[in-house]
Write a protein that binds this ligand. Structure first.
Ligand SMILES: NC(=O)C1=CN([C@@H]2O[C@H](COP(=O)(O)OP(=O)(O)OC[C@H]3O[C@@H](n4cnc5c(N)ncnc54)[C@H](OP(=O)(O)O)[C@@H]3O)[C@@H](O)[C@H]2O)C=CC1
Ligand SMILES: CC(=O)N[C@@H](CCC(=O)OP(=O)(O)O)C(=O)O
Length: 319
């Protein structure tokens, strides 16, 4: 029986992790009294009692939790941004590279990825590793997320608003906090130009990576891009690649369509006359983007089947 403590279990990510773990017979959830949930001494006691502590907290509180752990056997999954590019921590995106799941399984400190970086890393890292994209490629990245991505405060703001604005671009200073992990784990030499948006729906996300292939040395066709991604994710439970598409419009690109699952779907759109490709990535910001990824990492760390308690993918609808 594995003892798990979710520090921040009353928040958006914590609640969803709890929901995914609550019926498991291989796990005992250590719970904190609601009146004590911000009491450092009470948190410290449970953090040190846990086999695995999952931190679903703002960055400063996550750093505080880590500093309070004295038990050398307590392992940590941190859902915050605090440790994603820190020494001594593994990045918790299991599909990021072949064999990375085993690295997570053996780790004591795992930083759960940010929701935005996962779509970019899933597409760009294999293309850089295959030398289709040079590491110094000037990438741009954009997309739309449901408002639960902003945690409790943004959920309250949207749900109490008299006028729910359908589409709000943000990150307009071009300095989003996810840039360091994007650059590091997509193996890029430069930060991408990243500009996110939030929509008036609670959950789900759709992100886009435009690629100007004509600017690359050698001739790279959309079929090459598609083949690298398809080969990379063949046989994966949670990441899938749809057929290469030349259609103007496809069904299924609703950002909410994978909600409740731990799936990520990559769609490849190509125009070879223009030598351009658009990659679109669909996933649940609270699933693969946060709580699902944390449970997947937990499964790896405790030696359970990685898919326990998670829903795998449905095949892509793009054609
Ligand atoms: N929402 C998402 O899509 C994603 C979120 N994340 C990350 O996960 C972490 C949690 O985010 P999310 O669940 O959305 O945020 P929420 O704001 O919904 O939840 C955070 C929880 O932590 C509690 N909390 C705050 N300070 C303390 C403290 N000092 N001690 C104990 N508890 C504390 C909050 O309580 P109270 O509300 O009372 O202050 C709240 O219950 C963040 O670092 C976020 O960046 C990562 C990926 C995606
Ligand atoms: C819509 C929205 O605001 N999304 C959040 C990202 C959510 C996420 O990935 O969480 P971390 O904060 O742990 O990185 C943002 O862009 O900051």
């Amino acid at each position: 029986m594995h003892k798990i403590f979710i520090d921040g279990e009353a928040g958006t990510t914590g609640l969803q992790i709890r929901e995914r773990l609550s019926s498991r017979s291989d796990i005992t959830l250590l719970t904190i009294d609601a009146s004590e949930r911000k009491n450092p001494a009470a948190r410290a006691r449970l953090l040190n009692e846990a086999d695995v502590a999952i931190l679903c907290l703002p960055d400063d509180a996550a750093r505080e939790s880590v500093s309070m752990i004295e038990n050398p056997d307590t392992r940590v999954i941190d859902a915050s941004t605090a440790h994603r590019v820190s020494d001594g921590w593994e990045y918790g995106f299991a599909e990021m590279a072949p064999g990375h799941g085993e690295t997570i399984a053996a780790s004591k400190r795992v930083a759960n990825p940010g929701c935005w970086p996962q779509g970019l890393i899933a597409c760009v890292r294999p293309l850089v590793e295959a030398s289709l994209l040079p590491a110094d490629f000037p990438l741009t990245y954009n997309g739309i997320s449901g408002y639960s991505g902003g945690g409790r405060q943004m959920i309250e703001d949207y749900e109490n608003a008299s006028d729910q604005v359908p589409f709000i671009p943000y990150g307009l200073r071009l300095n989003h906090k996810h840039l360091p992990e994007m650059k590091a784990y997509a193996k890029l030499e430069h930060d991408p130009l990243f500009q996110p948006s939030v929509g008036n729906f609670a959950q789900g996300m759709l992100t886009f990576i435009p690629l100007q292939l004509w600017n690359l040395p050698g001739h790279v066709a959309s079929t090459d891009v598609h083949a690298v991604l398809q080969d990379r994710y063949a046989g994966e439970t949670f990441v899938s690649v749809g057929p290469l598409s030349t259609a103007d419009k496809v069904a299924g690109l609703d950002p909410r369509s994978l909600n409740g699952t731990n799936s990520m779907q990559i769609h490849v759109f190509g125009n070879d006359m223009r030598e351009q490709v658009l990659l679109a990535v669909l996933y649940d910001n609270l699933g693969k983007g946060a709580s699902g990824a944390a449970v997947q990492n937990l499964n790896l760390m405790i030696g359970a089947d990685p898919a326990t308690g998670l829903i795998g993918h449905r095949q892509s609808a793009a054609a």
